[in-house]
Write a protein that binds this ligand. Structure first.
Ligand code: AMP
Length: 301
């Protein structure tokens, strides 16, 4: 199968109540990629600057992640993000963001990736998301993320992107902001009215909800005391979901519900350590063992 992700590849600095990580590998596409790689091979498309450290390139190199779509742009600088979490880690503040190469022309999809069957457009300008989609053969399952900035400043572009994709994975605050609805079921239905055939609303430690035209599914987060750094949880969730959908080759409601479980499990690994330290080590067996543990927990006679 063939799963393509495009999004940020960056250098993060993060402060949580459990410590700090300075200038570590991050970015939405990177978290997504490592989470998805536990389920299926991944094609990564993104741009970094000439300052991108060699040791990060080595970390990215994995036989499960194809880096043919990773462009190193000379004369440009890599995306940087610095964030600080609240004491309960449910909120975070962006202390600094330097778009650098992300503010320039988008990446090109290599011809060999045009036949990708599942595509995740991680958070970026919605016009750029459609530009990426236009470089693919079509007929793929396309899913996007977005953020408060684009909901506020690029509402029309975002509406166009939502009409072009099959699914959207966003968090609760974004769903409410996008639709003006306080009730999350109503918000989800309003997102479906904008075009996609499924929407997933992530609720952090309160789990996630999937809506299709004729179903609503809600699941809790994987219960854990071991939370060191929530960075990348959302992107890892999307990676686990779409990695599974690519592996199983279907996206009907039953598959989407099973994918919801894989997304939850992938996010639960990522938050156990800083940066990619934990999720990078997760093999298919580890993921399946936790999926089994979680589904046992959800089964109530
Ligand atoms: P998440 O915690 O799932 O929202 O993902 C966090 C990752 O998103 C971090 O590794 C950041 O490098 C990256 N990130 C933060 N802000 C942006 C942005 N405006 N555009 C693209 N990526 C971002």
């Amino acid at each position: 199968m063939s799963l393509l992700v495009t999004g940020s590849i960056g250098i993060d600095s993060v402060i949580t109540p459990h410590g700090e990580a300075t200038e570590v590998l991050g970015g939405s596409a990177v978290y997504f990629g490592f989470a998805a790689a536990a389920f299926t091979p991944v094609r990564l498309v993104g741009v970094v600057g000439e300052d991108f450290p060699d040791q990060f390139r080595d970390l990215l190199a994995s036989d499960r992640i194809d880096l043919a779509g990773l462009e190193t742009r000379s004369g440009s600088k890599t995306f940087r993000w610095t964030g600080k979490y609240s004491p309960d880690m449910n909120d975070r503040e962006t202390l600094d963001v330097q778009l650098n190469v992300l503010g320039e022309a988008g990446p090109k999809v290599p011809a060999a990736f045009a036949d990708s069957k599942v595509v995740f457009l991680a958070n970026t300008h919605p016009a750029l998301q459609r530009e990426l989609l236009a470089q693919l053969d079509g007929g793929c399952l396309s899913v996007c993320d977005t953020m408060d900035l684009w909901i506020e400043t690029e509402a029309d572009e975002l509406r166009r992107t939502l009409r072009a994709v099959d699914g959207v994975i966003i968090n609760d605050g974004e769903a409410r902001q996008l639709t003006g609805k306080g009730n999350l079921v109503e918000a989800g239905e309003a997102v479906l009215d904008m075009g996609p055939r499924f929407v997933v609303i992530k609720k952090g430690e309160h789990g996630a909800m999937l809506l299709t035209a004729d179903s609503v599914t809600t699941i809790p987060a994987f219960p854990t005391k071991n939370v060191k750094d929530p960075t990348g949880a959302g992107d890892s969730f999307a990676g686990g979901m779409l990695g599974y959908l690519d592996q199983c080759g279907q996206s009907n409601t039953a598959s989407l519900r099973r994918a919801l479980v894989r997304g939850t499990v992938a996010a639960s690994f990522t938050i156990e350590d800083f940066s990619l330290n934990r999720i990078r080590e997760v093999a298919a067996d580890d993921a399946e063992a936790r999926v089994e543990q979680f589904t046992q927990m959800l089964r109530i006679d």
